[in-house]
Design a protein around this ligand. Sequence first.
Ligand code: ASP
Length: 330
Amino acid sequence: MAINNKGVRVILGTGGTIAGRASRPGDNVGYVAGQVRVEDLLAGVPALEGMALEVEQVEQVDSKDMHFDLWKRLLERLAHHLSREEVSGVVVTHGTDTLEETAWFVESVLRPVKPVVFTCAMRPATALVPDGPQNLLDAVTVAGLAEVSGTVVVCAGQVHAAEHVAKVHSYRVDAFDSGDAGPLACVEEGQLRWFHRPPAANTPDGRADDLLARVLAAPALPGVHIVTSHADTDGGLVRALLLAGDADPGLRPRGIVVAATGNGTVHRALAQVLSEASARGVRVVRATRCARGRVIPDPANPWPDSAGLSPVKARIALALALLAGDVVPS
Ligand code: ASP
């Protein structure tokens, strides 16, 4: 296994449960996320001693409150460190709640050639058995592997691709899953065991530089909302979005991702309002609300599928496409 131990690995802290602290020792739920500094997390992992590591506290946030300004700051710090020749990879400590969104956002914008490894914990740093230290050690290991390229998530001994990973459990320490694709690999005693051939490495891409510049210059992402198609819906949420946009152009929705039933089907009452939205230039994309599977492409359907992305990742993809001018209003 080619471990690039000579390279510096940078660890960027953003908060989350991995940095959480409870007032009662052993309390796994009544804690405050984003309290322990990233250098103190490292100090709790003796196996990291002697490695060339740099740390930077980007923010201390509960990732349920993740926001665009912090995404921009993280992109800026990642771009800086990844461009340093001596850096082999970057680890980002992050809360589990929106980790899959941030990882997908970073992968979509930066398309990093070097490894960017997100890690997290389901138990706070003060738990009787915190899972953060092992996850951090595994993440630092993966960030030093020459055959890893792009954005991955390391949690509970597994390595997941940013495109497929999702939080699927609200409490268990192995809270992440990659659906039909499965994890890329597992980390065993500092070694990677690949379940698939390592995916093709990202290559340097001028389009990524252009998108990064656009994202950093944008005050906000284009307004893309997620609505769920469910039994007994009347499409009222979409109607409310259109009305809000009529009252204030700043609130006009640019896109709507429908978390559709099954293979991309939409309740007829919701479909009717979505047709009105489309006619008014709102871009509509269908993702499935099913935990597994995708919406199978159907050229006859006026609303494109999400290319296998979950609703939250399809929202990011559509917002970035609108920002880049890659899609025009439908
Ligand atoms: N609310 C926490 C967060 O996302 C949950 C966690 O990290 O497990 O920051």
